[in-house]
Design a binder for this molecule. Structure first.
Ligand code: IMP
Length: 199
């Protein structure tokens, strides 16, 4: 079996979030015929692992084995140095059932205040995994380092973007043009690593 991805191949995007399936397809530059795990009625696996890469592998493995197609999965989040890497793999969960990221951002600010640490370093991580049905799996990780600012600024992004300033910059991800963010983001870096590994 060759561990490379030929253009036109049918891939399953191991996500039940239609927005994410579209985002994954776009990042693959229309090179593949991407179908989502939800469209194939695949069960959504638990995320039992303790690392981004571990969770991406679990999701890709489950979708590949259930569908018989090569599967692509991601897992991402924000890690805060002063909180020992939290919220990390729990980044989505900190927003609660209503996916309220102003709540998640307030929680980060409050927890940092509790630690009395003045360490505002933070980094976003994106792990991507590609799994072959009953076969091998390839996983990569991308990361962007920066620092936090409160209150958040900017409405252009999503999630924790308003409080994150990438290293060397002065604008938050929430204030940056999406194309400028995409040029340096953890997701873009993970995709570059994946392309180098598989395309
Ligand atoms: P998951 O990868 O869908 O499990 O969720 C990752 C969570 O991390 C999301 O809910 C986002 O809020 C957060 N996150 C991941 N990437 C970004 C980003 O580029 N900007 C802001 N928040 C992000």
């Amino acid at each position: 079996m060759s561990l490379s991805l030929e253009p036109g191949l049918r891939l399953v995007a191991a996500t039940h979030n239609p927005g994410k399936a579209r985002e994954l397809a776009a990042l693959l530059e229309g090179r593949f015929d991407v179908v989502s795990a939800a469209a194939l009625n695949l069960a959504e696996p638990e995320e039992p692992e303790t690392t981004f890469v571990g969770n991406a592998i679990v999701k890709a493995r489950a979708a590949a084995d259930a569908s018989g197609l090569i599967a692509l999965a991601d897992d991402s989040g924000l890690c805060v140095a002063g909180l020992d890497g939290a919220p990390g793999i729990y980044s989505a969960r900190w927003a609660g059932p209503n996916k309220d990221f102003s709540h998640a951002i307030n929680l980060v600010e409050a927890r940092l205040a509790d630690t009395e640490s003045d360490d505002i370093r933070a980094w976003f991580v994106c792990a991507l995994a590609v799994a072959w049905p009953k076969g091998p799996v390839v996983a990569v990780e991308g990361r962007v380092d920066g620092s936090l600012t409160f209150p958040g600024r900017g409405k252009l992004g999503f999630g924790y973007d308003p409080i994150f300033i990438p290293e060397g910059g002065s604008l938050t991800f929430g204030e940056m043009d999406p194309l400028a963010k995409d040029a340096i983001s953890h997701r873009a870096r993970a995709f570059a690593a994946l392309k180098a590994a598989l395309f």
